[in-house]
Write a protein that binds this ligand. Structure first.
Ligand code: UD1
Length: 345
């Protein structure tokens, strides 16, 4: 058995898939989640896949004492993967203080506790949102591209948290960190025992696609067909959540075992941009399901096109996204069908 890893937000979408991959790689996992946007049932799904039930503590990371008690209870924790955060862009505009308190205080509490409990490394979930709309010469976007002013409090918390980590390590704190900037995570575990469970009407493309395909939503609206792209719809770098989860295992190995810079940043994507229209066509091809859709006006705040240069992750981290998009889209559909079979949606 390898080291014990604390996965915050471990019952969430990316956290649950990462827990599975950590356990498959031999790590022991302790999940902390306040269940504000997920359910403890997810732990059953993780156990069904791996045969191992991760330890679980329902804790709110804003609560310093409760967080400290986790480190007291599990003194073997050597690394943290920090997913727990509020993530709805629109809600963050309406409730900025909720976002700033939740996303910033949680990280600060963890960082403060790390040296005291001899926790060596923290992997932080950041986002390509920090790049805003890269200029044409900066596409595909590398880690060296300029950070642009965030378009929402949510995006701003990602930028500020990256700076907090940099500043803390610069001050001499004896910890290491890897910051992973994700592009657009999609799909579900191939078993369909875990996946993405959005609250209410989905804001993200793929959950809206699968909910429309199964009849929960009448029609998908493509936001804008007059963008400066080949087919006029926006372009994103859609990364399979299982591939993304595996990047965390690589990052954890690196931060704990290798002699590296104390803070490193990696883009985590496929390196390929797909338009919204291409995703819809890909979904229909992968599943054989016809999707009702129409064009609608642009969505405020949307980026026209962004995809990643992922050479650094490929060459330095030794990780590559390798799941074909058809399989990824089929996994999302299988998950949606399993929710229906289980009477959840
Ligand atoms: C969104 C967030 C981003 C966050 C990311 C996490 C916004 C503005 N940005 O990114 O901060 O890090 O999710 O995954 O919300 N689309 C439609 N119809 C729909 C839904 C989406 O056409 O019903 C289009 C969007 O216009 C966009 C693409 O699909 O071009 C992807 O949208 P989405 O899944 O919401 O992701 P992002 O906007 O890239």
């Amino acid at each position: 058995m390898k080291e014990t890893i604390l996965v915050t937000g471990g019952t969430g979408f990316i956290g649950s898939h990462t827990t599975v991959e950590l356990q498959n790689a031999g790590y022991e996992v302790v999940i902390v989640d306040n269940l504000s946007n997920s359910s403890a049932d997810v732990i059953d799904g993780i156990e069904k896949i791996t045969g191992i039930r991760p330890a679980f503590e329902q804790v709110d990371l804003r609560d310093f004492d409760a967080t400290e008690n986790v480190f007291k209870k599990y003194p073997a924790i050597k690394g943290i993967i920090h997913f727990a955060a509020s993530k709805a862009v629109g809600e963050s505009v309406e409730k900025p203080l909720l976002y700033y308190r939740n996303n910033l205080v949680s990280l600060i509490n963890l960082l403060e506790l790390m040296p005291k409990y001899d926790v060596k490394g923290i992997i932080f979930s950041s986002s390509c949102t920090v790049y805003g709309q890269p200029t044409a010469e900066n596409l595909p976007v590398t880690e060296a591209a300029p950070i642009q002013k965030a378009l929402s409090p949510y995006g701003n918390t990602k930028q500020i948290n990256e700076e907090i980590i940099q500043d803390y390590i610069h001050s001499g704190a004896n910890i290491k960190s890897i910051i992973l900037r994700y592009f657009n995570p999609i799909g579900a575990h191939p078993t369909a025992f875990i996946g993405e469970l959005p609250n209410g009407v989905p804001m993200n493309l793929i959950p809206f696609v699968t909910q429309t395909a199964i009849g929960i939503r009448k029609e998908l609206k493509i936001f804008g067909n007059d963008y400066n792209t080949a087919d006029g719809t926006c372009i994103r770098d859609y990364i399979y959540v299982v591939d993304l989860a595996k990047a965390h295992v690589k990052a954890m190995e690196r931060v704990l075992e290798k002699d590296t810079d104390p803070v490193e940043v990696f883009n985590i994507g496929t390196g390929t941009g797909l338009s919204t229209l291409e995703v819809i066509q890909g979904f229909e091809k992968a599943t054989g399901v016809k999707l009702p859709w129409s064009y609608a006006p642009r969505r405020e705040g949307d980026i026209e096109k962004v995809w990643g240069n992922v050479d650094k992750a490929n060459n330095v981290l030794g990780w590559k996204a390798d799941t074909p998009i058809e399989d990824v889209l089929a996994s999302a559909w299988k998950w949606q069908c399993s929710l229906r079979e289980r009477g959840i949606m």
